[in-house]
Design a binder for this molecule. Structure first.
Ligand SMILES: [Mg+2]
Length: 238
């Protein structure tokens, strides 16, 4: 554990989900493959549809509707819908198809293995302070078996713009009725989690699971208050 700024009292903790509470990379790879396969088999004209084709549709949507960036699930669904429209499905059929493929996506997206250490840490912390989940992604705590730890779950899109924007950080402070100075945000991303939280006046904890050196990372613009290399260390802060 390393300290870079003096810590104040911690009256609540907000958590990033992906790559903070669990390793997200294996599940996201599998999820992407499975939902792409579902799209390819949905219509004969999409059998040869590649990931690159999909990426081009995503980019096209983003340039037309930049705000879609903040809602990754809707961005994905609309890209799938566009692929289905492009092969001649009606609007209604394309919408229904996109929803079906998104249910495949969410099924695989929820096959996350939550480490025992995460459960142990959250169990210990929740006895002391309220916990909140704040995610830019599309993981659903209720499907991962961790929703009971959180008083609130905020997701970019439905609950505001993606981190590092302040929307969800301020929403957390407001819903908890705790000023940002007494909230600690924990996350793996130096830009969205650390800089985002610090700019809101929160305290920030960077979880450095890969043994990186903060001083040698280009995107490290703002120092966190504290750096940890394993989640369980948080229990020492309260
Ligand atoms: Mg993360």
């Amino acid at each position: 554990m390393r300290f870079y700024r003096p810590l104040r009292a911690i009256k609540a903790i907000t958590f990033d989900l992906d790559d903070t509470l669990y390793d997200n990379s294996p599940v996201i790879r599998k999820t992407t493959d499975e939902s792409h396969a579902a799209l390819q088999s949905y219509h004969p004209a999409l059998r040869e549809f590649t990931m690159l084709d999909y990426q081009i549709l995503r980019d096209e949507l983003l340039s037309r509707e930049p705000d879609i960036y903040h809602d990754v699930s809707e961005w994905r669904r609309r890209s799938v819908e566009l692929a289905l429209l492009n092969v001649g499905l009606s609007t209604q059929e394309a919408t229904a198809g996109s929803e079906e493929i998104m249910s495949v996506f969410h099924h695989w997206r929820s096959q996350v293995e939550i480490p025992e250490e995460t459960h142990r840490t959250l169990q210990a912390l929740v006895k002391k302070v309220p916990l909140v989940a704040i995610t830019n992604g599309n993981a659903r705590p209720e499907k991962l078996g961790i929703s009971d730890y959180f008083q609130f779950t905020f997701r970019a899109g439905p609950h505001g713009r993606a981190k590092p924007y302040k929307d969800m950080y301020y929403l957390a402070a407001q819903m908890l009725s705790i000023v940002p100075e007494y909230i600690l945000h924990v996350g793996d991303d130096l830009r969205t989690d650390v800089a985002g939280a610090v700019c809101c006046g929160m305290q920030a904890c960077w979880i450095n699971l890969r043994g990186d050196n903060l001083m040698h990372i280009d995107e490290a613009r703002l120092l966190p208050h504290v750096e940890i290399s394993r989640l369980l260390s948080l229990t020492l802060l309260l």
